[in-house]
Design a protein around this ligand. Sequence first.
Ligand SMILES: NC(=O)c1ccc[n+]([C@@H]2O[C@H](COP(=O)([O-])OP(=O)(O)OC[C@H]3O[C@@H](n4cnc5c(N)ncnc54)[C@H](O)[C@@H]3O)[C@@H](O)[C@H]2O)c1
Length: 437
Amino acid sequence: MKPKMSRRTFVKVSTAALGIGVANASLRSGAAGADRPVRLGLIGVGRRGAGLLGILLGMPGVQVPAICDINGQHLARAQDLVEKAGRPKPEGYANGPEDYRRLLARSDLDAAVIATPWDLHTPMAVCAMKAGKYVAVEVPAAITLAECWELVDTCEQTGRPCMMLENWSFRHDNLAVLNMIRQGLLGEIVHCHCAHSHDCLDHWFFDPQGNIRWGGEFLVKRNADQYPTHSLGPVLSWMDINCGDRFAYLTSTATRSLGINRYFAKKFGAEHPNARRHYAQGDIVTTVVRTDKGNTIVINYDMQLPRPYDNRWMIQGTQGLYCEARQAVYFQGVSPRYHEWEPFGPYQERYEHPWWKALRDQAGHLGHGGTDHLELRLFVEAVRHQTQPPIDIYDSVVMSCIVPLSELSIAKGSAPVECPDFTRGKWQTRKPTFAVV
Ligand SMILES: NC(=O)c1ccc[n+]([C@@H]2O[C@H](COP(=O)([O-])OP(=O)(O)OC[C@H]3O[C@@H](n4cnc5c(N)ncnc54)[C@H](O)[C@@H]3O)[C@@H](O)[C@H]2O)c1
């Protein structure tokens, strides 16, 4: 049994949630307090962390007084990046795997940005919230159910917001689709497909020389949807999850595991240790979530077979549907030809989200087509104005909990597994706040 949120904490959290409009407003110039500095401490500045740092340094008023990474080269490269951007050299923390605690104990930081391996996200985010910091944590925020609850409990107890950096929630196309759904074009939503199809064997799970990296270690020991949040990012708001509906239960099924052994045998020879190793992880995992309302979501994990990148978003309601792979829509009584697709492009323009209107000119050349810039900018503005960032702790953990729940269902022969209600009933009365401007 989880403790109830105290009235004081509830008031803090819900007041913060109401403040989201301030962060949205301040994307435009001239908002009150727009020049207040925001002081960030970064933890983990490998590939992703360095990329995030580069984007953050392009934002007005962002200061980076401290950076932590156990890898001295990564730390030095990041410090260099800050100096090249004309800011003072940040203090470095590289004194072992727990040194991030020293960084988080600093009183001159407003927020922590965490981009470390998956199993470190929750311990670092929890420590940051307890130290009074806002948190932006990379995906997934948690990899066990206990971690999901620890994040929720800590966030509620400390009143410090924690936002998982699920960038695909902020994509130009996905936010236009959200606008279309909210304006009723699709009718009542019933069903959705999504996937993370991204062959990551030769650069992320393993290095190009065939050495296992930390991500690959998870493939050895777990059989799960290990990376569900890029699939689910836009789906949460499309389907009002945590604000009108919730994940009730799921079933997950994994295929056999062939891709990793075949990749190594082909590239490094059949005798390579990684060609002979046993991997718990099946090549494709298919999860079906049923929501409390009775809607369904199909989620595919697909990261270890040769293929181009794909998300296969498809969302369907009583009046029509959007299909990302076809770049097409169909709306009954609106589309010119009966039961024929029409292009999505003109809809994307017509239903462009105001966030993108505000940022389009500045953000087009930045990470992931401006999406990462938008996501981080909204986080920074929330820190600056002490408001709720656009992705809250409930959305962060509900996307992440697919990792342990899919693992459990697969282990039980695809048996249905109940999804916890991390909002403790509040989903029934909460109103959508994500991207409401
Ligand atoms: N949102 C996205 O599009 C996206 C893209 C890539 C990666 N990611 C996420 O970003 C995170 C990092 O991925 P990556 O590809 O940058 O990995 P990486 O291995 O390149 O970087 C991880 C960094 O964390 C450091 N680190 C490890 N243990 C540490 C500790 N105890 N204290 C301080 N630093 C520590 C490492 O030295 C390394 O520099 C992962 O969670 C990943 O899922 C997200």
